[in-house]
Design a protein around this ligand. Sequence first.
Ligand SMILES: C[S@@+](CC[C@H](N)C(=O)[O-])C[C@H]1O[C@@H](n2cnc3c(N)ncnc32)[C@H](O)[C@@H]1O
Length: 410
Amino acid sequence: MTALSDNPAALPAIVISSRAARRLAGGFMWVYSNEIERRDEQHEPAYWCRFVHEGRTVATGYFNRHSLIAGRAVTRGEVGSLNRLLDDRLLLAFSKRLPLENGRSARLVFSEADLLPGLVIDFFPPDAVLQSNTAGMDLMLTRLTERVPVLIEEVFQVPLRGLVLRCDSAVRRLEAVESFRKVVCGDSAVLARAEVYEDGVRYAADLVAGQKTGFFLDQRVNRMHFGSLVREVPSGRVLDLFCYSGGWGLRALKEGAAHATFVDESRDALALVERGLAANGIAPERADLRHGDVFDFLARCEDSYDAVVADPPAFVRSRKNLPQAIKAYQKLNRLAWRRLKPGGVLFACSCSYHLAESDFLNLLAEAVAKEHGLAHVIYRGGPAEDHPVLLSMPETSYLKCMGIRKLAAV
Ligand SMILES: C[S@@+](CC[C@H](N)C(=O)[O-])C[C@H]1O[C@@H](n2cnc3c(N)ncnc32)[C@H](O)[C@@H]1O
């Protein structure tokens, strides 16, 4: 980690095309590599810079010569101080998460949507996880690790106990930067056995080595809604597919479901579910933990459930594999549908940005039709409000959650 000098006047200029300049002015934050018209070769592959068109600085941000998204704007025009800009952005993002109910976890910074491209900060009081996904944001890490604890305490009045750097996402490969994890402060053993509190449910989380930042905060509102439906069927049976730490199944058990089956291919994930059961005082007999592939499980399963959740990882990695991914979503939801009792609900999710909400609904409709079923759409949800969508950047919108109820045969 090298510190970045706070001298915007000295930032190199990169000349961009008129198309890129127009888009930056309209609130888009990326400059593609083929939109860069001129730049002086720098020693470093990634650096902070000014994006210039016709002699005027259109935006300030950073550049990476290895990435197809070569430029990311952080602000329009020039800035007086990069450090001040960073502080202002963090404070703006943090203040939008207020009031934060005592002890509840939240995403404090959501990358481009919070005008901090490449940066994610999740707050699991009293700990936080900071994820940098770009070479440009890596250049700010020294400053970030100093300022984030100070600003969190200032805004949320909670002294930060632990801070973990999770710079190990797969997207870093596109930026040609190495993956690493680092515990900046706090006890690694404690951080690996953290507890995330979400509206009355305690989840186990490994903030050092768990998936992504350690916990999937984006489904919070959808899980709450799911919980309220489960409450209507007090002794229901629930199937939580791709469960990770048991986000949906544990909520269901807390809301009165009699039993939940959790399925994941990761043993570490199921260990988190086990810890979650204990943390919530739920008797182990009320849960069945199944290790393995969800498709294999569904192919063999003969049980019926009052509620099924299918919350898989993104199947669409690029626009190119969209048709193949649509088939996978369809197969998954057909198999899941077969496990539903009449009157039961299926919560089908997709976190693939390339799959539009309308396409997702269409593929669900086709899946149900192929099963000769009928369903009501009873819920349409997106990410929780701490994962904002920037209108000028549709790329910041990714999560879809559809609740459909199986109608008795007619
Ligand atoms: C998006 S996360 C699920 C988040 C979770 N539902 C929650 O609310 O926290 C996807 C999970 O699917 C698991 N997974 C991925 N592919 C799988 C497969 N084919 N079969 C079983 N689990 C899989 C991963 O280990 C990961 O835990």
